[in-house]
Design a binder for this molecule. Structure first.
Ligand code: SF4
Length: 336
């Protein structure tokens, strides 16, 4: 929580843009109470600010502004091919927020969005209605924290609590909440739900220090995961994206050993393993934004518009991490 406070203070959101349509929404009023000194600017549409030309994602990331808007279309998306569906036939995701308070060097959002400003769609109820419409047709597996880190922001918006309340009323809905945060405290008061998976992304401590700016440390994440498991939540561990860095074997070995020496492996719901991958268009943009990045200077190979490490390096990374995780977790619980 302290880390979140520090991050938010550093970000400070000196300016908050408010769409006319979002102005009187209760969530807008609630969010604004957290930023009493911010300059408020009314706008017609969030895209007037967010989609402006000639913005520098990297520069904006140093002092992002907040945009409060209402989502009018694309309330739910079909799950992307590059994302693991964990065997779920009806795989969807939704973005009630765009962009993230963290600043990972490899983040695909740098390529996806024209701006680093953070957009919150305050009309969560419309997204919930859309999910209910889908649920009338079939069960739904829904990732609610792609394109952002919702739990990191929970102290400001409480969307996670709203989603969990909704999930508690819809047994045909399974929710995945993905996070790098150490903000479990914000949802500690909620009783665990059978149809909710808390998915933590884990990286070696050195990778976090070098490439995952502003994110909580490895030990802070482990501590939060331990708390969530003890409280009875289903917890997914995501060793994803694996990065081809110097000493990667040693780093991932230590990371995996420490993870399963700290947490009880038999209490882990499942594990996901994947290497860094990104669409060709996004990669081009990211490399332009991060011209000095050694990580992104790798000669990535692109197939069908998706770029990743060479087949040999991908196999080395996945096989190594899979074998190490297999020492602790049953293979049928590991997705790669
Ligand atoms: S935590 Fe995820 S969404 Fe946030 S900056 Fe890092 S990679 Fe991007």
């Amino acid at each position: 929580m302290q880390k979140l406070r520090n991050s938010l203070q550093n970000f400070n959101f000196s300016h908050i843009y408010i769409e006319k349509s979002a102005k009187h929404h209760p969530n807008t009023e609630k969010i604004l109470t957290h930023f009493k000194n911010a300059i408020r600017i009314e706008i017609d549409h969030y895209k007037d600010v967010f989609n402006r030309g000639h913005q520098s994602f990297t520069l904006q990331k140093q002092s992002p502004k907040l945009i409060l808007a209402t989502k009018k279309d694309n309330l739910i998306y079909k799950g992307a091919e590059v994302c693991e569906d964990f065997g779920n036939k009806y795989f969807y995701y939704t973005s009630s927020m765009m962009n993230c308070i963290y600043d990972c060097e490899y983040c695909y959002l740098q390529g996806m969005y024209p701006s680093a400003n953070i957009v919150i769609f305050v009309n969560l109820e419309d997204i919930l209605t859309e999910v209910e419409r889908l649920l009338k047709k079939h069960p739904v597996y829904l990732c609610i924290s792609y394109d952002t880190d919702l739990l990191a922001f929970e102290g400001i918006i409480s969307f996670v609590a709203s989603w969990f309340e909704f999930a508690s009323q819809h047994s045909d809905l399974t929710i995945e909440l993905r996070t790098k945060s150490a903000n479990f405290n914000a949802i500690k008061h909620i009783a665990p739900l059978e149809n909710v998976i808390l998915a933590w992304t884990l990286s070696p401590a050195k990778v976090i220090n070098a490439y995952e700016a502003k994110t909580p440390s490895f030990t802070a994440r482990l501590h939060n995961i331990g708390e969530a498991i003890e409280a009875g939540w289903r917890v997914r561990l995501c060793f994803d994206p694996l990065l081809y860095v110097k000493d990667w074997q040693e780093q991932y070995k230590q990371c995996i050993n420490q993870t399963f020496e700290t947490l009880s492996p038999e209490k882990i719901y499942d594990v996901s393993i994947g290497v860094f991958r990104v669409s060709r268009d996004y990669l081009k943009k990211i490399q332009k934004e991060r011209i000095h990045s050694v990580l992104l200077a790798y000669p990535f190979e692109c197939n069908d518009g998706v770029c990743t490490y060479s087949e040999r390096h991908t196999k080395q990374l996945i096989d190594f991490v899979y074998q190490r995780v297999c020492r602790y977790v049953r293979p049928d619980k590991i997705y790669r």
